[in-house]
Ligand binder design. Structure first.
Ligand SMILES: NC(=O)c1ccc[n+]([C@@H]2O[C@H](COP(=O)([O-])OP(=O)(O)OC[C@H]3O[C@@H](n4cnc5c(N)ncnc54)[C@H](O)[C@@H]3O)[C@@H](O)[C@H]2O)c1
Ligand SMILES: [Zn+2]
Ligand SMILES: [Zn+2]
Length: 392
Protein backbone atom coordinates (compact mmCIF):
# COMPACT_ATOMS: atom_id res chain seq x y z
CA UNK A 1 0.00 0.00 0.00
CA UNK A 2 0.97 3.67 -0.21
CA UNK A 3 1.54 5.60 3.03
CA UNK A 4 2.92 8.92 4.21
CA UNK A 5 6.16 8.29 6.08
CA UNK A 6 8.43 10.36 8.30
CA UNK A 7 11.97 10.61 6.91
CA UNK A 8 13.59 13.35 8.96
CA UNK A 9 13.04 16.86 10.24
CA UNK A 10 10.52 18.59 7.92
CA UNK A 11 10.87 15.66 5.53
CA UNK A 12 7.93 13.32 4.83
CA UNK A 13 7.33 11.21 1.73
CA UNK A 14 4.76 8.83 0.27
CA UNK A 15 6.25 5.34 0.01
CA UNK A 16 5.12 1.83 -0.82
CA UNK A 17 5.08 -0.20 2.40
CA UNK A 18 3.79 -3.60 3.58
CA UNK A 19 0.01 -3.92 3.89
CA UNK A 20 -1.13 -4.23 7.51
CA UNK A 21 -2.44 -7.61 8.68
CA UNK A 22 -4.81 -8.68 11.48
CA UNK A 23 -2.81 -9.58 14.60
CA UNK A 24 -5.44 -9.93 17.32
CA UNK A 25 -9.05 -11.12 17.13
CA UNK A 26 -10.17 -7.62 18.19
CA UNK A 27 -8.39 -5.96 15.22
CA UNK A 28 -9.90 -4.73 11.99
CA UNK A 29 -8.26 -3.45 8.82
CA UNK A 30 -9.91 -0.43 7.23
CA UNK A 31 -9.57 1.04 3.79
CA UNK A 32 -9.07 4.71 4.57
CA UNK A 33 -11.45 7.06 2.75
CA UNK A 34 -10.43 10.31 4.49
CA UNK A 35 -7.48 11.12 6.75
CA UNK A 36 -6.60 14.56 8.09
CA UNK A 37 -3.36 16.36 8.94
CA UNK A 38 -3.31 17.76 12.50
CA UNK A 39 -1.35 20.44 14.34
CA UNK A 40 -0.01 17.53 16.41
CA UNK A 41 1.57 16.09 13.24
CA UNK A 42 3.48 19.36 12.90
CA UNK A 43 5.18 18.65 16.26
CA UNK A 44 6.47 15.34 14.80
CA UNK A 45 7.47 17.14 11.61
CA UNK A 46 9.56 19.60 13.60
CA UNK A 47 10.45 19.24 17.29
CA UNK A 48 9.62 15.64 18.26
CA UNK A 49 11.96 14.25 15.59
CA UNK A 50 14.31 12.65 18.17
CA UNK A 51 11.47 10.23 19.05
CA UNK A 52 10.67 9.29 15.43
CA UNK A 53 12.17 6.52 13.29
CA UNK A 54 12.72 6.81 9.57
CA UNK A 55 9.78 5.17 7.79
CA UNK A 56 7.21 5.68 10.60
CA UNK A 57 3.72 6.08 9.11
CA UNK A 58 2.07 9.30 10.32
CA UNK A 59 -1.57 10.17 10.84
CA UNK A 60 -4.17 9.81 13.58
CA UNK A 61 -7.38 11.28 12.15
CA UNK A 62 -8.71 8.53 9.83
CA UNK A 63 -12.02 7.07 8.80
CA UNK A 64 -12.94 4.41 6.30
CA UNK A 65 -14.58 1.10 5.56
CA UNK A 66 -13.78 -2.23 7.22
CA UNK A 67 -12.18 -4.65 4.73
CA UNK A 68 -11.09 -7.36 7.20
CA UNK A 69 -12.62 -8.00 10.60
CA UNK A 70 -11.17 -10.04 13.47
CA UNK A 71 -13.53 -12.60 15.05
CA UNK A 72 -13.89 -10.57 18.29
CA UNK A 73 -13.84 -7.09 16.76
CA UNK A 74 -17.61 -6.74 16.82
CA UNK A 75 -17.32 -5.18 13.35
CA UNK A 76 -18.14 -6.59 9.92
CA UNK A 77 -16.65 -6.11 6.48
CA UNK A 78 -18.35 -3.09 4.92
CA UNK A 79 -18.93 -1.16 8.18
CA UNK A 80 -18.20 2.54 7.85
CA UNK A 81 -16.13 3.65 10.85
CA UNK A 82 -14.28 6.63 12.32
CA UNK A 83 -11.23 5.92 14.47
CA UNK A 84 -10.35 7.91 17.66
CA UNK A 85 -6.66 8.90 17.68
CA UNK A 86 -5.98 7.23 21.02
CA UNK A 87 -5.97 3.44 21.29
CA UNK A 88 -7.95 2.17 24.27
CA UNK A 89 -9.42 -1.13 25.44
CA UNK A 90 -12.71 0.15 26.85
CA UNK A 91 -12.55 -2.23 29.81
CA UNK A 92 -9.70 -1.24 32.17
CA UNK A 93 -9.88 0.93 35.33
CA UNK A 94 -9.10 4.12 33.37
CA UNK A 95 -11.36 3.37 30.40
CA UNK A 96 -14.36 2.61 32.61
CA UNK A 97 -13.87 6.03 34.21
CA UNK A 98 -13.82 7.81 30.85
CA UNK A 99 -10.05 8.39 30.96
CA UNK A 100 -9.38 6.53 27.73
CA UNK A 101 -6.22 8.53 26.97
CA UNK A 102 -4.73 6.83 30.04
CA UNK A 103 -5.87 3.28 29.10
CA UNK A 104 -3.96 0.81 31.28
CA UNK A 105 -4.00 -1.87 28.59
CA UNK A 106 -2.25 0.26 25.95
CA UNK A 107 -0.14 2.63 28.12
CA UNK A 108 3.40 2.91 26.75
CA UNK A 109 5.13 2.16 30.07
CA UNK A 110 8.59 1.98 28.52
CA UNK A 111 8.42 5.74 28.01
CA UNK A 112 6.19 6.55 30.96
CA UNK A 113 3.44 7.62 28.53
CA UNK A 114 -0.33 7.31 28.52
CA UNK A 115 -2.36 5.27 26.04
CA UNK A 116 -0.80 4.38 22.69
CA UNK A 117 -1.69 6.69 19.80
CA UNK A 118 -1.79 6.12 16.07
CA UNK A 119 1.23 7.48 14.22
CA UNK A 120 2.76 9.30 17.16
CA UNK A 121 6.41 8.37 17.74
CA UNK A 122 8.13 5.97 20.13
CA UNK A 123 6.68 7.94 23.05
CA UNK A 124 3.23 6.63 22.13
CA UNK A 125 4.07 3.12 20.99
CA UNK A 126 5.27 3.56 17.35
CA UNK A 127 1.86 2.41 16.06
CA UNK A 128 1.56 2.76 12.25
CA UNK A 129 -0.67 5.76 11.50
CA UNK A 130 -3.65 6.46 9.29
CA UNK A 131 -2.27 8.65 6.50
CA UNK A 132 -2.24 5.53 4.36
CA UNK A 133 -4.44 3.47 2.08
CA UNK A 134 -5.01 0.84 4.78
CA UNK A 135 -4.92 0.94 8.57
CA UNK A 136 -4.89 -1.77 11.23
CA UNK A 137 -7.16 -0.69 14.10
CA UNK A 138 -6.37 -2.52 17.37
CA UNK A 139 -9.17 -2.85 19.96
CA UNK A 140 -11.64 -2.16 17.15
CA UNK A 141 -14.54 -3.35 19.32
CA UNK A 142 -14.06 -0.03 21.20
CA UNK A 143 -11.93 2.02 18.79
CA UNK A 144 -13.62 1.68 15.41
CA UNK A 145 -16.78 3.70 15.88
CA UNK A 146 -19.55 2.77 13.47
CA UNK A 147 -21.21 5.74 11.76
CA UNK A 148 -24.08 6.26 9.31
CA UNK A 149 -23.78 5.84 5.57
CA UNK A 150 -25.52 8.90 4.19
CA UNK A 151 -23.54 11.97 5.24
CA UNK A 152 -20.22 12.93 3.64
CA UNK A 153 -16.95 11.91 5.35
CA UNK A 154 -16.13 15.37 6.73
CA UNK A 155 -19.22 15.28 8.96
CA UNK A 156 -17.80 12.25 10.82
CA UNK A 157 -14.05 12.54 10.28
CA UNK A 158 -13.43 15.10 13.01
CA UNK A 159 -14.85 12.77 15.65
CA UNK A 160 -11.40 11.13 15.41
CA UNK A 161 -9.77 14.08 17.19
CA UNK A 162 -10.68 17.72 16.52
CA UNK A 163 -14.26 17.84 17.78
CA UNK A 164 -13.85 15.72 20.95
CA UNK A 165 -10.57 17.52 21.73
CA UNK A 166 -12.24 20.91 21.40
CA UNK A 167 -15.25 19.65 23.38
CA UNK A 168 -13.03 18.43 26.21
CA UNK A 169 -11.16 21.76 26.20
CA UNK A 170 -14.45 23.63 26.65
CA UNK A 171 -15.67 21.13 29.26
CA UNK A 172 -12.43 21.56 31.21
CA UNK A 173 -12.75 25.35 30.85
CA UNK A 174 -16.07 24.96 32.65
CA UNK A 175 -17.86 27.61 30.60
CA UNK A 176 -21.49 27.67 29.53
CA UNK A 177 -24.40 30.05 29.15
CA UNK A 178 -23.45 33.66 29.87
CA UNK A 179 -19.75 32.95 30.63
CA UNK A 180 -16.79 34.46 28.80
CA UNK A 181 -13.93 32.50 27.26
CA UNK A 182 -10.90 33.43 25.20
CA UNK A 183 -9.38 30.90 22.81
CA UNK A 184 -5.65 31.27 22.12
CA UNK A 185 -4.85 29.81 18.70
CA UNK A 186 -7.40 29.47 15.89
CA UNK A 187 -6.11 26.37 14.17
CA UNK A 188 -8.66 23.57 13.71
CA UNK A 189 -8.74 22.85 17.46
CA UNK A 190 -9.21 26.50 18.43
CA UNK A 191 -11.82 26.97 15.69
CA UNK A 192 -13.91 24.13 17.06
CA UNK A 193 -13.37 25.09 20.70
CA UNK A 194 -14.62 28.61 19.90
CA UNK A 195 -17.69 27.24 18.10
CA UNK A 196 -18.51 24.75 20.84
CA UNK A 197 -18.23 27.42 23.53
CA UNK A 198 -20.55 29.69 21.50
CA UNK A 199 -22.93 26.76 20.92
CA UNK A 200 -23.10 26.32 24.71
CA UNK A 201 -23.96 29.99 25.14
CA UNK A 202 -20.61 31.53 26.11
CA UNK A 203 -19.23 34.83 24.76
CA UNK A 204 -16.08 33.96 22.82
CA UNK A 205 -12.87 35.86 22.05
CA UNK A 206 -10.49 34.28 19.53
CA UNK A 207 -6.80 35.23 19.24
CA UNK A 208 -4.47 34.27 16.38
CA UNK A 209 -1.85 36.04 14.25
CA UNK A 210 -3.17 34.58 10.95
CA UNK A 211 -5.86 36.73 9.25
CA UNK A 212 -7.81 33.94 7.47
CA UNK A 213 -7.97 31.94 10.69
CA UNK A 214 -9.44 34.97 12.46
CA UNK A 215 -11.91 35.42 9.58
CA UNK A 216 -13.06 31.81 9.87
CA UNK A 217 -13.63 32.16 13.62
CA UNK A 218 -15.49 35.43 13.09
CA UNK A 219 -17.89 33.57 10.77
CA UNK A 220 -18.83 31.46 13.80
CA UNK A 221 -19.62 34.09 16.44
CA UNK A 222 -16.14 34.79 17.89
CA UNK A 223 -14.85 38.33 18.47
CA UNK A 224 -11.37 38.03 17.02
CA UNK A 225 -8.03 39.64 17.81
CA UNK A 226 -4.47 39.58 16.51
CA UNK A 227 -1.68 38.91 19.02
CA UNK A 228 -1.12 42.67 19.51
CA UNK A 229 -0.02 44.41 22.66
CA UNK A 230 -3.49 45.88 23.22
CA UNK A 231 -5.49 42.63 22.75
CA UNK A 232 -5.61 41.82 26.46
CA UNK A 233 -6.63 45.37 27.27
CA UNK A 234 -9.53 45.20 24.80
CA UNK A 235 -10.76 41.84 26.15
CA UNK A 236 -10.49 43.04 29.77
CA UNK A 237 -12.49 46.14 28.90
CA UNK A 238 -15.22 43.89 27.51
CA UNK A 239 -15.27 41.72 30.66
CA UNK A 240 -15.78 44.46 33.27
CA UNK A 241 -12.02 44.84 33.67
CA UNK A 242 -11.53 41.31 35.04
CA UNK A 243 -10.62 39.17 32.05
CA UNK A 244 -12.57 36.17 30.76
CA UNK A 245 -13.81 33.39 33.05
CA UNK A 246 -11.63 30.90 31.19
CA UNK A 247 -8.89 30.85 28.59
CA UNK A 248 -8.25 27.87 26.34
CA UNK A 249 -4.68 27.38 25.08
CA UNK A 250 -5.12 25.75 21.66
CA UNK A 251 -1.59 26.65 20.54
CA UNK A 252 0.84 24.35 22.33
CA UNK A 253 4.61 24.05 22.33
CA UNK A 254 5.36 25.72 19.01
CA UNK A 255 3.84 29.12 19.80
CA UNK A 256 5.15 32.13 17.95
CA UNK A 257 6.76 34.77 20.12
CA UNK A 258 9.10 32.67 22.32
CA UNK A 259 12.49 33.39 20.74
CA UNK A 260 14.63 31.68 23.40
CA UNK A 261 12.67 28.42 23.38
CA UNK A 262 12.52 28.54 19.61
CA UNK A 263 16.30 28.51 19.58
CA UNK A 264 16.21 25.53 21.97
CA UNK A 265 13.78 23.73 19.60
CA UNK A 266 16.10 24.31 16.67
CA UNK A 267 19.06 23.07 18.71
CA UNK A 268 17.24 19.94 19.91
CA UNK A 269 16.03 19.02 16.46
CA UNK A 270 19.56 19.27 15.06
CA UNK A 271 21.20 17.13 17.75
CA UNK A 272 21.83 13.41 17.33
CA UNK A 273 18.61 11.63 18.39
CA UNK A 274 19.89 10.14 21.66
CA UNK A 275 21.10 13.53 22.93
CA UNK A 276 18.01 15.31 21.56
CA UNK A 277 15.77 12.90 23.47
CA UNK A 278 17.69 13.58 26.72
CA UNK A 279 17.34 17.33 26.16
CA UNK A 280 13.59 17.01 25.65
CA UNK A 281 13.19 14.74 28.68
CA UNK A 282 15.29 16.85 31.04
CA UNK A 283 14.95 20.33 29.64
CA UNK A 284 12.43 23.11 29.22
CA UNK A 285 12.09 23.34 25.48
CA UNK A 286 8.44 24.37 25.20
CA UNK A 287 7.65 27.70 23.62
CA UNK A 288 5.41 29.00 26.35
CA UNK A 289 4.27 32.38 25.05
CA UNK A 290 0.63 31.35 24.48
CA UNK A 291 0.38 29.63 27.88
CA UNK A 292 1.90 32.64 29.64
CA UNK A 293 -0.53 34.90 27.80
CA UNK A 294 -3.45 32.69 28.84
CA UNK A 295 -2.37 32.90 32.48
CA UNK A 296 -2.06 36.67 32.21
CA UNK A 297 -5.43 37.14 30.52
CA UNK A 298 -7.72 34.89 32.58
CA UNK A 299 -9.64 36.58 35.39
CA UNK A 300 -8.71 35.94 39.01
CA UNK A 301 -10.23 32.66 40.15
CA UNK A 302 -10.68 31.59 36.52
CA UNK A 303 -9.63 28.48 34.61
CA UNK A 304 -6.94 27.88 32.03
CA UNK A 305 -7.71 24.84 29.90
CA UNK A 306 -4.64 23.63 28.03
CA UNK A 307 -5.35 21.53 24.98
CA UNK A 308 -2.24 22.47 23.00
CA UNK A 309 0.43 19.80 23.37
CA UNK A 310 3.54 20.49 25.49
CA UNK A 311 6.58 18.26 25.64
CA UNK A 312 9.46 19.52 27.79
CA UNK A 313 9.84 18.08 31.30
CA UNK A 314 11.18 21.21 32.95
CA UNK A 315 9.34 24.07 31.30
CA UNK A 316 9.07 26.91 33.80
CA UNK A 317 5.63 28.14 34.90
CA UNK A 318 4.82 31.46 36.63
CA UNK A 319 3.87 29.89 39.96
CA UNK A 320 3.54 33.22 41.73
CA UNK A 321 0.88 34.42 39.31
CA UNK A 322 -0.87 31.04 39.15
CA UNK A 323 -1.12 30.89 42.92
CA UNK A 324 -1.92 34.53 43.54
CA UNK A 325 -4.62 34.69 40.86
CA UNK A 326 -6.06 31.40 42.15
CA UNK A 327 -6.05 29.88 38.69
CA UNK A 328 -7.31 26.40 37.97
CA UNK A 329 -5.26 24.61 35.36
CA UNK A 330 -6.71 21.65 33.47
CA UNK A 331 -5.12 19.84 30.57
CA UNK A 332 -4.40 16.61 28.83
CA UNK A 333 -4.71 14.38 25.84
CA UNK A 334 -8.31 14.05 24.75
CA UNK A 335 -10.33 11.07 26.00
CA UNK A 336 -11.91 10.84 22.55
CA UNK A 337 -14.13 7.79 23.14
CA UNK A 338 -15.60 9.44 26.24
CA UNK A 339 -17.34 12.16 24.20
CA UNK A 340 -18.49 10.32 21.06
CA UNK A 341 -22.05 9.54 22.18
CA UNK A 342 -22.68 13.18 23.00
CA UNK A 343 -21.13 14.44 19.78
CA UNK A 344 -22.56 12.04 17.20
CA UNK A 345 -26.00 13.73 17.17
CA UNK A 346 -24.37 17.16 16.76
CA UNK A 347 -22.33 16.19 13.68
CA UNK A 348 -25.36 14.43 12.16
CA UNK A 349 -27.71 17.36 12.84
CA UNK A 350 -28.85 18.76 9.46
CA UNK A 351 -28.44 22.33 10.79
CA UNK A 352 -24.72 21.59 11.44
CA UNK A 353 -24.56 23.43 14.80
CA UNK A 354 -20.76 23.05 15.08
CA UNK A 355 -20.11 24.20 11.51
CA UNK A 356 -18.30 21.05 10.37
CA UNK A 357 -19.12 22.07 6.79
CA UNK A 358 -16.77 25.07 7.23
CA UNK A 359 -13.40 23.74 8.40
CA UNK A 360 -11.70 21.84 5.58
CA UNK A 361 -9.78 24.18 3.29
CA UNK A 362 -8.00 21.50 1.22
CA UNK A 363 -9.00 17.99 0.11
CA UNK A 364 -6.03 16.42 -1.67
CA UNK A 365 -4.75 13.04 -2.84
CA UNK A 366 -2.30 11.25 -0.52
CA UNK A 367 0.48 11.96 -3.00
CA UNK A 368 0.13 15.69 -2.22
CA UNK A 369 0.75 15.13 1.51
CA UNK A 370 4.39 16.34 1.57
CA UNK A 371 3.41 19.71 0.06
CA UNK A 372 0.36 19.87 2.30
CA UNK A 373 2.51 19.45 5.43
CA UNK A 374 4.68 22.32 4.30
CA UNK A 375 1.81 24.61 3.47
CA UNK A 376 -0.06 23.75 6.72
CA UNK A 377 3.07 24.48 8.76
CA UNK A 378 3.90 27.72 6.93
CA UNK A 379 0.21 28.73 6.78
CA UNK A 380 0.39 29.49 3.06
CA UNK A 381 -2.37 29.09 0.47
CA UNK A 382 -5.09 29.75 3.10
CA UNK A 383 -4.36 26.34 4.59
CA UNK A 384 -6.32 25.65 7.79
CA UNK A 385 -7.36 21.97 7.63
CA UNK A 386 -6.18 19.41 5.09
CA UNK A 387 -8.00 16.15 4.41
CA UNK A 388 -6.18 13.54 2.34
CA UNK A 389 -8.05 11.10 0.13
CA UNK A 390 -5.94 7.96 -0.38
CA UNK A 391 -8.26 6.65 -3.11
CA UNK A 392 -7.98 9.64 -5.44
N1 LIG B 1 -4.99 17.63 23.80
C1 LIG B 1 -5.18 16.86 22.72
O1 LIG B 1 -5.64 15.72 22.82
C2 LIG B 1 -4.86 17.43 21.39
C3 LIG B 1 -5.46 16.89 20.25
C4 LIG B 1 -5.21 17.47 19.00
C5 LIG B 1 -4.36 18.57 18.92
N2 LIG B 1 -3.77 19.04 20.04
C6 LIG B 1 -2.87 20.19 20.02
O2 LIG B 1 -3.61 21.38 19.87
C7 LIG B 1 -2.77 22.39 19.29
C8 LIG B 1 -3.50 23.03 18.11
O3 LIG B 1 -3.71 22.08 17.08
P1 LIG B 1 -4.22 22.56 15.64
O4 LIG B 1 -4.47 21.34 14.82
O5 LIG B 1 -5.31 23.54 15.80
O6 LIG B 1 -2.85 23.21 15.12
P2 LIG B 1 -2.40 24.57 14.40
O7 LIG B 1 -0.93 24.50 14.38
O8 LIG B 1 -3.12 24.75 13.12
O9 LIG B 1 -2.92 25.68 15.39
C9 LIG B 1 -2.11 26.47 16.21
C10 LIG B 1 -2.57 27.92 16.02
O10 LIG B 1 -1.93 28.72 17.00
C11 LIG B 1 -1.60 29.96 16.41
N3 LIG B 1 -0.55 30.59 17.23
C12 LIG B 1 0.78 30.34 17.25
N4 LIG B 1 1.39 31.10 18.19
C13 LIG B 1 0.41 31.84 18.78
C14 LIG B 1 0.40 32.79 19.83
N5 LIG B 1 1.53 33.12 20.48
N6 LIG B 1 -0.80 33.34 20.17
C15 LIG B 1 -1.95 33.00 19.54
N7 LIG B 1 -1.99 32.09 18.54
C16 LIG B 1 -0.83 31.52 18.18
C17 LIG B 1 -1.17 29.60 15.00
O11 LIG B 1 -1.25 30.70 14.12
C18 LIG B 1 -2.20 28.50 14.66
O12 LIG B 1 -3.36 29.04 14.05
C19 LIG B 1 -1.47 21.68 18.91
O13 LIG B 1 -0.51 21.86 19.94
C20 LIG B 1 -1.88 20.22 18.87
O14 LIG B 1 -0.79 19.36 19.09
C21 LIG B 1 -4.02 18.49 21.27
ZN1 LIG C 1 -4.99 15.35 15.61
ZN1 LIG D 1 -8.37 0.67 28.75
Amino acid sequence: MRALTWQGKRDVSVETVMDPVLREPTDVIIEVTSTAICGSDLHLYEVLGPFMDKGDILGHEPMGVVVEAGAESGRAVGDRVVVPFGIACGRCWMCTRGLTSQCETTQVREHGSGAALFGYSRLYGSVPGGQAELLRVPHADFGAVEVGTELPDHRYLFLSDVIPTAWQAVDYAGVGLGDTVAVYGLGPIGQMAARIAAHLGARVYGIDPVPERREMAARHHARVFDTDDDTHEAIREDTAGRGPDAVIDAVGMEAHGSPLAQAAHQAVSLLPDAIGRKMMEAGGVDRLSALHSAIDLVRRGGTVSVTGVYGGEASPLPMLTLFDKQIQLRMGQCNVHRWIDELLPLVEDPTDPLGTDDLVTHRLPLSAAPDAYESFQKKTDGCIKVVLDPAS
